[in-house]
Design a protein around this ligand. Structure first.
Ligand SMILES: [Mn+2]
Length: 234
């Protein structure tokens, strides 16, 4: 039976509407899974009941996380989206607790880090003197912008069989203090943490880039990551 993968919804605050970038859905279908878009909710009981029926969860990208959640004033962060912060943080917290296979990208990675007690750079260029990370953004997101070094011996290095891969880069925030229980598995060439995982869990990988958007006909790494995620399901 194909694994059933829940994908956390995106939120269009003006219309109180949820929406989804189809790249996540395509990536799951292409790699043999059945994707479903999850509800925007922070209801613990509902989340537990849904997680009990799905095989894994993808935590999607999106807006900046409200810095108050990690104990900081908003200095360089975007307008918070409280509905989405409440929903995403609940999905992440309960999924990790239930040891559901979890793959996070971009904002999702930042949320995993924050839920585990970590903090974020609110703006890489302003928080780190001289930092020029992602200064050439490709808004199509299908092409790589920079490389990340994979930590030798980490599961992502094992799966990909290499210690350097090209990634896209569409973020102005990133992991600052790494959350409890998380280990770094990918670092950009300018020293930014771009990937973490939980060695104590079945599969919790969080990457700062968007593997779902990289052109899979040109880059082999994203589908290897998705297959590793799906093969961690019992
Ligand atoms: Mn980057």
């Amino acid at each position: 039976m194909k694994p059933l993968i829940g994908i956390t919804p995106m939120y269009y605050a003006e219309y109180k509407a949820i929406w989804m970038i189809n790249y996540y859905i395509d990536a799951m279908e292409r790699n043999g899974a059945l994707p479903v878009v999850l509800p925007m909710t922070a209801d613990e009981e509902e989340i537990r009941a849904i997680l009990a029926r799905i095989d894994g969860i993808i935590i999607t990208g999106g807006e900046d996380i409200n810095p108050e959640i990690y104990g900081e004033e908003n200095r360089y962060s975007g307008e918070p989206v409280p509905v989405r912060d409440a929903s995403d943080s609940a999905w992440v917290r309960i999924a990790i607790e239930m040891d559901k296979p979890l793959l996070a990208t971009c904002r999702g990675t930042q949320m995993v880090n924050v839920v585990c007690g970590g903090t974020l750079y609110q703006d890489l260029h302003k928080d780190i003197e001289g930092n020029e990370h992602n200064s050439v953004a490709d808004i199509r997101w299908v092409n790589a912008q920079h490389n990340v070094d994979l930590v030798p011996g980490s599961p992502i290095a094992e799966v990909l069989g290499t210690v350097k891969i090209p990634v896209n880069s569409t973020h102005h925030q990133a992991i600052r203090k790494v959350g409890e229980g998380l280990e770094v598995m990918a670092v950009s060439e300018d020293g930014i943490t771009e990937g973490v995982y939980r060695p104590d869990k079945k599969f919790v990988w969080a990457v700062q880039w968007h593997p779902e958007m990289l052109d899979h006909t040109k880059y082999p790494e994203p589908d290897k990551i998705f297959k590793a995620f799906l093969s961690s399901i019992d």
